[in-house]
Write a protein that binds this ligand. Structure first.
Ligand code: HEC
Ligand code: HEC
Length: 251
């Protein structure tokens, strides 16, 4: 009885202009609830506990990923496809689990991610690839100023998690940002700020939600300009070919 009254009262409080709006556009079949192929919540946890076989992952990568993300892992400099090479395996596992479960909306990649037989192997493989140096940068005539402005923001509000050289932190699922394409970074941060990508920690959301478009541009320009020292990223990797023209060498 009480409940009914409360519901009725709260409906009465909704301003009439809100009711007049057409219902929010429905994304086709990728809502979190009842999403087809929703993976069990344990998938990420289970995959994280595995070592991951990079060799098996290389075959899976070829079969399911490289047409879009490229053999080098470098994606597209126009930012339509992110660069993956050298990304922490923990981050790749989390992203794949999020995409498979629909928590991260990615209709382009979803059918491929869904078919992937195991997520830990491909993540182990991606981590061994060299972070390219020829990623998409901010090209505006004011690049030097944007990068300088972005540096101030990044060092104050982002580096404690993503680290000063953009190398992230594997244990904390903080992604590598160095070597990522400018347009991809800008798109992700805009989607995060606007609540369209929700799989980020609240601490990051709190910071980025206050950024205006100019600040997002500057901080994206700075991140796209970061280069991660190879020694910090892949101290044990023998598969990282520094002379490769596909995967670039890192400093
Ligand atoms: C049909 C093209 C396509 C295929 C195939 C594909 N991806 Fe993607 N992937 C994308 C796009 C597009 C995005 C970025 C979506 C966005 O802008 O949010 C993405 C994003 C990602 C991300 C998130 C990157 C980040 O920095 O957060 C990861 C990880 C990833 N893909 C891994 C894979 C793996 C592993 C495979 C193979 C199993 C794969 N992708 C297959 C198109 C594809
Ligand atoms: C509390 C730690 C934290 C802080 C502070 C933080 N981030 Fe993040 N950030 C994360 C995590 C964790 C993710 C990955 C979220 C996920 O799993 O999808 C992320 C994701 C991102 C992504 C998307 C990367 C990708 O590959 O898709 C960008 C870009 C980014 N952060 C930039 C920033 C910037 C710029 C700031 C400062 C304004 C910032 N972050 C502050 C933890 C943080």
């Amino acid at each position: 009885m009480h409940k009914v009254l409360i519901v009725a009262a709260s409906i009465a409080l909704i301003p009439s202009f809100a009711l007049a709006q057409p219902p929010a556009e429905k994304k086709p079949g990728i809502e979190i609830k009842d999403y087809p192929g929703n993976t069990p919540p344990t998938e990420k946890v289970a995959a994280l506990s595995l070592k991951g076989n990079a060799k098996a992952g290389a075959a899976d990568y070829k079969a399911y990923c490289e047409t879009c993300h490229m053999p080098s892992g470098g994606g597209s400099p126009d930012g339509s496809i992110p660069q993956l090479a050298g990304q922490h395996s923990s981050v790749v596992i989390k992203q794949l689990a999020d995409i498979r479960s629909g928590l991260r909306y990615n209709p382009t990649m979803y059918p491929f991610a869904r078919k992937l037989p195991a997520i830990a192997n491909v993540a182990a493989y991606i981590e061994t690839l060299c972070i390219p140096l020829d990623s998409g940068k901010y090209q505006g005539p004011d690049a030097a100023k944007q990068i300088a402005d972005g540096k101030l923001l990044y060092e104050k509000q982002c580096a404690q998690c993503h680290q000063p050289a953009g190398q992230g932190l594997k244990e904390m699922f903080y992604p590598v940002l160095a070597g990522q394409h400018y347009h991809y970074l800008l798109r992700q941060m805009t989607e995060i700020r606007d609540g369209k990508r929700i799989d980020v920690p609240p601490e990051m959301f709190k910071v980025i939600t206050k950024y205006n478009d100019a600040q997002l541009l500057a901080v994206a320009a700075y991140q796209a300009n970061l280069t991660t020292p190879r020694s910090m990223m892949m101290p044990h990797s023998s598969m990282c070919k520094t002379d490769s023209t596909k995967g670039g060498k890192t400093k």
